[in-house]
Write a protein that binds this ligand. Structure first.
Ligand code: ATP
Length: 610
């Protein structure tokens, strides 16, 4: 039994409290199928989210089997299925792969046999078995809704909440989905609540809840709606609602609800007696009606009524055993393999990554000629000819400028291109799938497993991009480092790419949309070159504030410091910006990586349902 007692969900607007859900009192017994209807903006989705725990109630109480959920803790993630308005499957995956990933993320299965059994069962239940190999992107609207349901059913939820799962469907598909929801409510004592705009197929529901401005205007049998509102057709209900205030509808309903509840109870008894509604053994059949007229009370306090009896022994099964959420490693591995699969299925993405990987280092090598030039040495002996000495010094100076500028420029070019790759790697990584992530988090996904899978996936890209950049450029313009100089250079390339990837991942986790995250990440990369001081020296006052935050400066400075002394001297002769110690550069970049990951962790944990 799910019971809502005087439930309100209040928001503050311009300093004023507004109840989007206002004093809702309803009782919904196990095995019940209820439609939530009402004009657009009346609070249907808000009520559904309040029941799901996504909008914590501002006052009143929600009870499950007599247990106060706000006091004794919410239902287990596996006990609630929430099918939102948006698609929760990835287009490149197949139906079977989507259901498999949903199962592995939500249910700790004993072995592969149980996994296959669960997948086959929900595919069968939702009528998707025949198209299990089809990719999500080619599914029809109705099939996508079925898939959304299948992905929720994997954990055998006792409470299934559906938000507009029939909107936009043709009448036949709509009826099929409503029929499917009806059938799902007949098994295992599952409560199915469905928010819908449509007033078609109402006869398939056990009860209809009509909301008006967040208040209950009616909750009773579908065939009594027209009678209650004194209209000929259900289509006339919404215009009728507008004829008086929602407060009046609410108080009128509180006065007249008893006979409607009693009709609901009668129908329910008949269903159970006829065997059409199966409640699991041990589940008590409780009435929709309350113990006292006009007042509701927690189910646990309601006295036993005629209806309240243990379901008959003809019931097919015991209450399904408790489903456990899988551990960190299972969720991590599932997400990581799903991410690689999505990556390889998206040919455009693979092509872009390969093009960037191969072309960016080629771009750098276009400037390698001067970097390979020699820097003449000054003669040890005085020649006694002042003109010859000046000419020699000028030659050395010219070499230093040519070679020093080329080497500094090549290092900075590598650093900037790897920054760009870093931002391209991760700017959309979380923001682009935020809704699906929120949905999966609601279903029991650990943010730590999610973030770890992102870090593992991105680390592979960072490794490939940075190593290839360093090694390829080195073939054409060998890094002129002292002992261990090339290794240091590679580490700084890895760190700059890692830092930008981590920071943009943080941005991606904190922003509300993928567009915002991309834009901010691009700006961040765009500022790296001018603020690094590698091209133009910054005024001291600006440099003091900005330098700490510019990853490109630390990577460039660290790599330049790893050059052999003569080349380092040449570079120093062409720059006005001071270089930092290698160790300091390492610490600063490690700090940038850590800051990005901490931001990503904070953003991933944050609740961001639309
Ligand atoms: N967190 C929120 N803050 C402010 N206003 C909100 C919030 N959530 C919902 N609303 C507003 O509350 C009202 C009810 O929204 P809700 O989405 O529940 O309506 P609905 O009945 O489901 O509408 P529709 O049928 O069009 O989907 C709307 O006016 C909406 O803009």
């Amino acid at each position: 039994m799910l019971e809502l007692q005087d439930v309100c969900f209040t928001i503050k607007k311009d300093g004023e409290s507004i109840n989007l859900v206002d004093l809702v009192n309803i009782r919904i017994p196990r095995g019940h199928f209820m439609a939530i209807v009402g004009p657009s903006g009346c609070g249907k989705t808000t009520l559904l989210k309040t029941i799901a725990g996504l909008n914590p109630e501002s006052s009143g109480g929600l009870y499950w089997e007599g247990r106060n959920l706000s006091v004794e803790g919410d239902l287990e993630a596996s006990d609630i299925g929430y099918v939102p308005q948006f698609s929760i499957a990835y287009d490149p995956l197949t139906v079977d792969e989507s259901v498999e990933a949903a199962t592995k993320l939500r249910v700790a299965v004993r072995d592969n046999e149980e996994l296959d059994h669960r997948i086959d069962r929900v595919l069968e239940e939702t009528g998707l078995a025949a198209i299990a190999d089809r990719q999500v992107k080619v599914l029809s609207g109705g099939q996508k809704r079925r898939l959304g349901l299948a992905m929720e059913l994997v954990s055998d939820p006792k409470l299934l909440l559906c938000d507009e799962v029939t909107s936009g469907l043709d009448p036949r598909s709509e009826r099929e989905i409503v029929r499917l929801l009806h059938d799902l409510s007949r098994r295992e004592g599952r409560i199915v609540l469905s928010v819908t705009h449509s007033l078609a197929h109402l006869e398939l529901y056990d009860s209809i809840l009509v909301l008006h401005e967040g208040r209950v205007a009616y909750h009773g049998p579908p065939d009594q709606v027209t009678h209650y509102f004194s209209v000929h057709d259900t289509e006339e209900v919404y215009p009728k609602l507008a004829t008086q205030t929602s407060e009046r509808w609410q108080s009128s309903w509180m006065k007249h609800r008893a006979p409607y509840y009693s009709k609901l109870d009668k129908v329910r008894t008949k269903l159970i007696d006829s065997g059409a509604l199966h409640l699991p053994l041990g589940v008590v059949n409780q009435p929709v009606s309350t113990s006292s007229q006009g007042e509701s009370a927690p189910a646990a306090e309601v006295g036993t009524t005629v209806l309240e009896k243990v379901a008959p022994l003809t019931s097919p099964a015991e209450e399904t055993p408790k489903v456990r959420t899988p551990g960190f490693m299972t969720q991590f591995m599932t997400l990581l393999s799903r991410r690689w699969r999505i990556f390889f299925r998206d040919r455009g993405q693979v092509f872009l990554q390969l093009a960037i990987l191969l072309c960016f280092p080629i771009l750098v090598t276009l400037f390698s000629e001067n970097a390979n030039g020699q820097i003449a040495n000054l003669s040890d002996t005085r020649q006694g000819n002042i003109v010859a000495e000046i000419a020699e010094q000028q030659t050395v100076k010219r070499d230093q400028v040519t070679v020093g500028s080329a080497i500094s420029g090549i290092i900075m070019f590598q650093v900037i291109l790897l920054s760009l790759m870093g931002s391209n790697n991760s700017a959309r990584e979380i923001a682009g799938e935020r809704q699906i992530f929120e949905k999966e988090k609601f279903g029991g996904l650990r943010p730590s497993a999610y973030l770890a899978s992102k870090v593992a996936f991105l680390a592979c890209l960072v490794l490939a991009q940075s190593l290839w950049m360093g090694v390829f450029v080195n073939l054409f313009a060998p890094f002129r480092g002292g002992g261990g100089g090339f290794e240091s250079h590679i580490i700084f390339l890895l760190l700059i790419n890692g830092a930008m990837t981590a920071i943009c991942l943080g941005i991606s986790a904190l922003m509300r949309t993928a567009e915002q995250a991309s834009l901010l990440s691009i700006y961040l990369v765009g500022f790296q070159l001018p603020l690094s001081g590698a091209v133009l020296a910054l005024p001291d006052s600006v440099e003091f504030f900005t330098q700490k935050f510019i990853s490109a400066y630390w990577a460039w400075s660290g790599s330049v410091s790893a050059l052999e002394p003569k080349v380092l001297h040449a570079v120093k002769s062409v720059i006005d910006t001071g270089l930092a110690e290698r160790a300091e550069c390492l610490y600063m970049l490690a700090f940038h990586v850590a800051a990005g990951l901490i931001a990503a962790w904070i953003g991933a944990r944050r609740h961001q349902w639309d």
